[in-house]
Design a protein around this ligand. Structure first.
Ligand code: ZN
Length: 205
């Protein structure tokens, strides 16, 4: 019933997180009726892949710089405490912690958590890049801010074991973020407190 081009647009929109077929169709029809908006959105999207990428230091999001490199504004900020590094699972978690204002240091985004059930083991995590970053920047403390879920805790323990080998202090954000909960949805005060009340991780059990 829909023209092919429009059906293709609906299919693409339906792949966005939280957008189902019906919503995608509503978006597509809206775009058809709002030509100027559709053109503006289209040109932004066309530029996205070439101008926004993964920060080569923290693996968060970054805009391309004049030299064609992707280094985000947090990694560039010289007022940041370079001895303090906060490891998070996802970019959304980095954004949530940054919004809390409690983190003076910089970040490292893992991109995924250990998950034996999904076949994700230690070799699937960017541990080499993390170790390199710690060495390059003279990091003295790593705050592990993975979520308080089974996978998040397992990842925290693995990170603690690996980072301790480098002679660097490792701490874990305090509880307060509900167990199994998403850092993204924790309020700023809770997140700020979880960071300021962090504790050392014991790797000997
Ligand atoms: Zn960065």
């Amino acid at each position: 019933m829909l023209p092919d081009k429009l059906r293709r647009l609906v299919q693409l929109l339906a792949r966005l997180p939280g957008v189902g077929e019906k919503t995608a169709q509503r978006f597509a029809l809206f775009l058809v009726q709002q030509g100027d908006y559709a053109t503006a959105l289209g040109s932004e999207l066309a530029l996205l892949a070439s101008s926004i990428g993964t920060c080569e230091r923290c693996r968060g999001v970054s805009e391309i710089d004049a030299e064609g490199r992707f280094i985000c504004h947090i990694c560039r900020d010289t007022r940041r405490d370079s001895h303090l590094l906060c490891v998070v699972a996802r970019i959304q978690d980095q954004i949530a912690i940054e919004r809390s204002g409690a983190m003076r240091g910089r970040y490292f985004v893992l991109g995924r958590l250990l998950s034996p059930l999904d076949g994700i083991g230690p070799t699937d995590l960017p541990l080499t890049s993390l170790g390199q970053r710690i060495a390059d920047e003279g990091v003295e403390e790593v705050i592990v801010a993975t979520p308080p879920s089974v996978d998040g805790e397992a990842t925290a323990l693995l990170l603690a074991q690996e980072i301790e080998k480098l002679g660097v202090l490792v701490s874990r954000i305090a509880s307060g973020v509900p167990h199994g909960g998403d850092l993204e949805f924790a309020d700023q005060v809770t997140l700020g407190r979880a960071i300021s009340q962090r504790r050392g991780i014991s790797t000997t059990r």
